[in-house]
Design a protein around this ligand. Structure first.
Ligand code: DGI
Ligand code: FE
Ligand code: FE
Length: 188
């Protein structure tokens, strides 16, 4: 699928603000793919569609999680987590993208998972450091991403967990598993 066609599809699904974020993730994901030797075309498409389901109705997302036998634990945690697995499902079903590398990068863009693929890491990180992000610590992760993808990823996940904990939010266990897996590999 061509970039312009993909962008036109996603533009219909999200707000103008989220669309600008999507363009930032796309640009960043392509740079990271070129830097770390991933497929830039897959990175482009995964980035374009990563937040496809962000504005779906909660009840619709809940129904999809149940009907498609997704992890029922998701329903016990913040509904902000749901748009990633639901997006993976809908991008395949509604947009027709079948490539499992792209679909999994969408599925795991919010929590990560142990043994992430290079493409999954790139989309997670691009989502965190795209030029439209302005939270404390982002510049440090941007710098790290220039030389060490895994270290940048660990830092971004640690920052996110800390941020959620400061807000008294519960952490989805898969987010912790992702963090532990990356830290273990870093220490090996
Ligand atoms: O969709 P984006 O805003 O671009 O970014 P995202 O998909 O990384 O995260 C969406 C939201 O999900 C964000 O507000 C924080 C929340 N979130 C991410 N990981 C966890 C989480 N919420 C909980 N409760 N637990 C998590 O592990
Ligand atoms: Fe997202
Ligand atoms: Fe995003």
């Amino acid at each position: 699928m061509k970039r312009d066609q993909a962008l036109a599809i996603v533009k219909e699904q999200i707000t103008q603000h989220r669309y600008q974020h999507t363009l930032g993730v796309m640009e960043t994901a392509i740079i990271l793919a070129e830097r770390y030797g991933a497929d830039a075309k897959k990175a482009e498409l995964a980035a374009i569609f990563h937040d496809y389901a962000k504005f779906r109705d909660k009840d619709e997302m809940k129904a999809i999680i149940e009907e498609q036998d997704m992890d029922p634990e998701l329903l016990k945690y913040n509904s902000e987590l749901w748009h990633a697995p639901v997006g993976a499902y809908l991008v395949e079903k509604e947009v027709g993208i079948k490539d499992s590398d792209i679909i999994d990068a969408i599925r795991y863009h919010t929590s990560g998972r142990p043994n992430m693929t290079l493409l999954e890491k790139i989309i997670y990180l691009a989502d965190y450091i795209e030029p439209g992000r302005h939270f404390p610590g982002v510049e440090e992760v941007r710098e790290m991403a220039k030389s060490n993808l895994d270290r940048a990823l660990i830092k971004s996940i640690r920052n996110s967990i800390e941020f959620l904990m400061k807000k008294n939010q519960r952490i989805f266990p898969l987010t912790f598993h992702t963090y532990n897996d990356l830290v273990k590999k870093e220490a090996d």
